[in-house]
Structures are given as structure tokens and as C-alpha cells.
Design a protein around this ligand. Structure first.
Ligand code: PMP
Length: 445
């Protein structure tokens, strides 16, 4: 068996030449490399492995389906796992949001939302509507449509001429604001920017607004003020604009409610994208969920012009069904709330010890902390310090995996997502904090 350093040059490539240990197996909240080292999955991969790794019930359900059929093309066969998963998914949704379209990941789910919105507009005589307003910072996916909505220059710049850029408004980064407004007032003020933008674009040309109800990788678990999304809903209604929630990261229990949007029940979306925790890493799976009011006219007027070969794959859907059964059996949504609050308290405690932690935020088990040069002004650490990579590497050395990004509210900053699987127990929280503290001590030196 070759060790990490002895491995030959690879034919495989991703973002960079950086090499990582070879994954051997994974169980619970740990991943093991081929040398037998255990790594604590401090960010559930990329906020994916909500129910932990190698859950025996999910594996058994997948094996049962594997023995029957792994693929049936959706235009040739319906399949029971897809049917059952659609029904199950609809059961978590607000009234009327009961039409489900399966895909293989988050970007595909977002693409599907845009395409449904546009085809709904066409089916209802609103052909002038095509602009989808989104926010900066935001992340909606890597495919060209989803990327066009993404407010993150580091991702979009290389393709700028190829993306027909959609209008962007700032996301509320209230923790950076230095004014005399209350949080509620700021929430409304940020939402009102949408109205200004709609007016500026010409309301008849605006199709939809897309938002992560709680920010993910782009903002580092930024929770909007309680007034924000309800006001956004009012504005969308006023102008007949569709509201799309990107719940790719926040869905399936991560934030302590089944949906991130469930924290604001008066602000319901028209269309939603789900993925990540939905099949929790057991299969490539995502979904677009839409209100039947949108889907029916599209299907009545010639059909939905869209689709992916692997859509509704029976094996992936069997995995999704089994994952949701585990979320319910283990009551992981409540667990995310309870354990998330404990973990957040521990992270907040770090602020006493490390003056360079400027903010700790998030809901449920979607948590993050941000490193700053000055807590008063929230001035970011100098870019040259490379805090974003350094702290991640220190954590890696201690066999803790955390997800980091360097970007926020138009200002460059370093934030770290601490989002372990929702099954994490109290002792494991202790272990996570011990490793993280070790990494922060080394970073501080
Ligand atoms: N939307 C959000 C909010 C995400 O966090 C992500 C992935 N980080 C995506 C969309 C894209 O998902 P995927 O990488 O599965 O295509």
C-alpha cells in the first residue's frame, strides 16, 4: 500500500495540484485514510453528510434497490423510489409546493428552478420576464446558469463575457454595518434594495429573485434579520416576481428546521432547490420543488423543456428515501437545533481566548466563525496572511476537517464553517473543539 507522499503523479485533477490523503473508508462522523488515520468530519464534507457516513440502514436500502434495478430512463419507466421520494419531499413543504423534479446535484437543481420560472412566465403570457435577480455574496452553483446568479467574483470572473450577467443586489451583512438602525430596520432596508433594483431594471422584465434563506459557503452561515425574508416576499408579490429559495445547503435539517426557510413561515417561496443533505452523500441527488400553480400551466402548454439523463435515478432516490427515514428516526432536525446551540456556545466561547475571532454565527448546525484584524471595525486580516488556508491546514494536521472561504459582503474576509454531521454527540463536540483550539493556538503563534 502506497502512503500519501509516495503516490505517483495523478491523472485526476480538480482545482489545483494540491494532494490530499487517499480515502479508505468512512463511518459516523469520521473519515479514514489508507494509513488508518481518522479525520473528524467538521464540515460534513461541504455540508453534505448530515446523517454521518456508512449508515447501515441507508446502505441496506441501497443494496436492496441495487439488486432490483439501478437505472431506468425516466422517459421509459417510472420507478417507485422516485415516486415515494417525491411524496415524502412534498410532505415537508408548505401547502401547494408539491411538485418535485429530481436532479443529480445542487447546480442542476438551481438550473431547473430558473428554467421552470422562465417557462411559467411563457406559459402565462409574461414573455418579457427573464431577469433573475440574485445577491452578492452568494453561491448558487458551477453550471453556467447557476453561475450567472452567483455573486462571487472568484468564481465568475473567468467567465464574465460568457455569462449574460443577471442583476445583483447586496445580501444583508448587518454585522458589518456601523449605523444606528436596529437589526429589524436593517433587515427591511436590505430587502428594500430589491424593490429599488426591480424598479431600475423595469418590473416587467424581472422574472425571479433567488436567495439562500441562510447564507452558506458564500457568506459563512449568515442569518438575515427576521424582517428580511418576509419583506422580500411582500416585494415579490407586489411585482408578480417569483421567489426562489436555494435550500441546497440549508435543506434537510441542517439549520434546526427541515428547511432553512421554515424559520420565517410567513415568507414562503414559489420554487426551491434542494441537494446536499437530501441524500447526505449516499448518492448524487437533488431536487427542484415547485408550487403546483407554476408547474400545471407549463405541463399544459407543451411540457417542461428540460431534463437530465440521471434524473429520478432509482438508486439515488432509494438512497434519498432512506436518508430522510434516518433523519426522522433519529430526530436529527431537533438534534441539529439542540447540539447546534451547544456547539455555537462553545465557538462563541473562543472569542474570549482569540481576539482575532470577530464573529460567530449561524443557526442549528450551520455555524461559522470569522477571523478579523480588528473586532471593533471588523477589518479583515491582510490577504497576504493567508489565514484561510493556514488555519485549515493546521486543523488538517490535527485530523479535523473544516471548510473555509475568503469572501464576504464585498469585503475580503476569512470565514470557517463548522458544520459536523447532525449525529455528532457531546463527547465528539468536545473532541472537535479540542482539535480546533489546537489549530487556533498554532495559528495564533
Ligand atoms: N447552491 C448552494 C447554496 C450551494 O451551497 C451549492 C454547493 N456548495 C450549490 C448550490 C451547488 O451545488 P453542487 O455543488 O451540488 O452543484
Amino acid at each position: 500500500m502506497k502512503t500519501h507522499s509516495e503516490r505517483p503523479e495523478s491523472n485526476l485533477f480538480y482545482q489545483s495540484r494540491q494532494r490530499r490523503p487517499m480515502l479508505d473508508r468512512a463511518e459516523g462522523i469520521y473519515l479514514y485514510d489508507r494509513d488508518g488515520n481518522a479525520y473528524l468530519d467538521g464540515s460534513s464534507g461541504a455540508m453534505v453528510s448530515n446523517i454521518g457516513h456508512s449508515n447501515p440502514n441507508v446502505l441496506a436500502a441501497m443494496k436492496r434497490q441495487m439488486d432490483k434495478a439501478t437505472f431506468g430512463y425516466r422517459l421509459h419507466f417510472e420507478n417507485e423510489p422516485a415516486e415515494l421520494l417525491a411524496t415524502k419531499t412534498a410532505s415537508y413543504m408548505p401547502d401547494g409546493m408539491d411538485r418535485v423534479f429530481f436532479v443529480s446535484g445542487g447546480s442542476e437543481a438551481v438550473e431547473s428552478c430558473i428554467k421552470l420560472a422562465r417557462q411559467y412566465a411563457l406559459a402565462t403570457g409574461q414573455e418579457k420576464r427573464w431577469k433573475v435577480i440574485s445577491r452578492t455574496p452568494s453561491y448558487h452553483g458551477a453550471t453556467m446558469g447557476a453561475l450567472a446568479l452567483t455573486g462571487m467574483n472568484s468564481m465568475t470572473d473567468p467567465f464574465e463575457p460568457m455569462l449574460r450577467m443577471m442583476p445583483k443586489i447586496p445580501a444583508p451583512t448587518c454585522y458589518l454595518d456601523r449605523d444606528n438602525l436596529t437589526l429589524e430596520q436593517r433587515g427591511t432596508r436590505y430587502a428594500d434594495i430589491l424593490e429599488d433594483r426591480i424598479e431600475q431594471e423595469g418590473p416587467e422584465s424581472v422574472l425571479a429573485f433567488i436567495v439562500e434563506p441562510i447564507g452558506g459557503a458564500s457568506t459563512g452561515a449568515l442569518v438575515p434579520p427576521d424582517t428580511y425574508l418576509p419583506r422580500i416576499r411582500e416585494i415579490c408579490d407586489k411585482y408578480g416576481i417569483l421567489l426562489i429559495y436555494d435550500e441546497v445547503m440549508t435543506g434537510a435539517g441542517r439549520t434546526g428546521k427541515f428547511l432553512g426557510g421554515d424559520h420565517w413561515p410567513t415568507a414562503r417561496p414559489d420554487i426551491m432547490a434542494l441537494s446536499k443533505g437530501f441524500a447526505a452523500g449516499y448518492a448524487p441527488l437533488g431536487a427542484m420543488v415547485a408550487h403546483r400553480r407554476l408547474v400545471e400551466p407549463v405541463l399544459d402548454s407543451g411540457g417542461f423543456v428540460h431534463g437530465y439523463t440521471y434524473a429520478g435515478n432509482p438508486l439515488a432516490c432509494a438512497a434519498g428515501l432512506a436518508v430522510l427515514a434516518e433523519v426522522e428516526r433519529q430526530d436529527l432536525v431537533s438534534r441539529a437545533e439542540v447540539m447546534g446551540a451547544k456547539l455555537k456556545a462553545e465557538l462563541t466561547g473562543l472569542m474570549d481566548r482569540y481576539p482575532f475571532i470577530g464573529d460567530v454565527r449561524g443557526r442549528g448546525m450551520l455555524l461559522a466563525f470569522e477571523l478579523v484584524a480588528d473586532r471593533e471595525t471588523m477589518e479583515p486580516l491582510p490577504k497576504e496572511m493567508n489565514a484561510f488556508t493556514e488555519l485549515v491546514e493546521e486543523a488538517y494536521r490535527r485530523k479535523l476537517i473544516i471548510y473555509a472561504r475568503r469572501t464576504r459582503g464585498g469585503v475580503i474576509g476569512d470565514h470557517f464553517l463548522v458544520c459536523p454531521p447532525l449525529i455528532i454527540d457531546q463527547d465528539q463536540v468536545g473532541e472537535l473543539m479540542e482539535k480546533l483550539t489546537g489549530a487556533l493556538d498554532a495559528f495564533a503563534d
